[in-house]
Design a protein around this ligand. Structure first.
Ligand code: RUB
Length: 281
């Protein structure tokens, strides 16, 4: 009997550690997927220790913290997972209203909230194409391009340093430009959002060229706490780099709200300040 119990315990620890490692290695990526995986891990063995270990696996994910707080307070796993499905449905209903036929929508990295909304629009016969960026060093952009292609959406992937080319209106004569930008978010804060490194450059270009930037994100990503920016391993950038070369590998960055045309969440399409008000209520 005890042997069986010990075996079960070991198996549970193994499952939790696997999820934590997959999050650390970005095999599980994106705020929504990370949070769902964390919920799964937490409910294998609900405890303060499990919670702490999960939180440490990805510091730039307040949604994981918010959801683990809910789990700790007694909200069931089913209720939490139901929120993600319901919220995504509402996000899809709103995002489709923003998409016009012949749009070119630019996106960066890989956001499940964005991709699900684009696939929903495609299934409802919207005709648009997507430009996306490869997102070095871990190439989440390839995942985005593959998923969109599999859904029948026309997609063109650019190297990261071609961001300006992909969204600048000056290039209109070559038909290389985006007329709408959809980004996901890891964190929604009072003054702006946090998302994959490169997002601020996208936002500044959007502002300069008057291309509307929408953040497509579940409201559970909101936090009042300071969000630490994760700096990842230097090997991801240059494995076995010569000594005495400094390398920086920040994974996320802050985008001020002044660059954001609207937030598409389960509350609908709102300006940043309207969203903050709605969230408070
Ligand atoms: C992913 C990323 C995504 C947000 C939102 O970065 O920046 O835009 O997490 O994603 P990484 P979602 O690949 O390093 O996790 O919409 O899936 O919550």
């Amino acid at each position: 009997m005890n042997k069986k119990r010990d075996e079960n315990q070991r198996e549970n620890v193994r499952k939790i550690n696997k999820i934590i490692n997959d999050i650390k290695k970005v095999k599980i990526q994106g705020a929504r997927n990370i949070t769902k995986a964390a919920v799964k891990a937490y409910f294998i063995f609900p405890s303060k220790k499990t919670k702490q270990m999960l939180l440490a696996s990805r510091p730039t994910e307040p949604m994981m913290g918010n959801v683990l707080d809910l789990a700790e307070s007694g909200i069931s796993k089913e209720k939490i997972l139901e929120h993600f499905e319901e919220s995504q449905k509402k996000i899809n209903f709103s995002t489709i209203k923003l998409i016009k036929n012949n749009d070119t929508i630019f996106t960066h990295c890989h956001s499940t909230n964005v991709i699900n909304a684009l696939i929903y629009a495609k299934k409802r016969e919207k005709k648009f194409k997507v430009y996306n960026t490869e997102t070095r060093p871990l190439f989440q952009g390839r995942k985005t391009a593959k998923e969109l292609k599999e859904a029948g959406i026309k997609v063109t992937m650019f190297i990261d340093s071609a961001i300006a080319l992909a969204i600048e209106k000056e290039s209109k004569k070559d038909k290389i430009y985006a007329n709408k930008i959809f980004l996901g978010a890891d964190a929604l804060t009072k003054n702006g959002i946090i998302n994959k490194i490169g997002s601020k450059m996208v936002a500044e270009l959007a502002h300069l060229h008057k291309i509307p930037l929408y953040i497509i994100a579940d409201s559970w990503k909101f936090t009042k706490q300071k969000v630490p920016i994760e700096h990842r391993s230097l090997n991801e950038v240059w494995d076995k780099a010569p000594k005495n070369i400094k390398i920086k590998n920040p994974a996320f960055e802050f985008v001020p709200k002044k660059y954001i045309e609207g937030i598409v969440s389960e509350f609908g399409i709102l300006s940043y300040d309207q969203f903050l008000k709605r969230f408070k209520n």
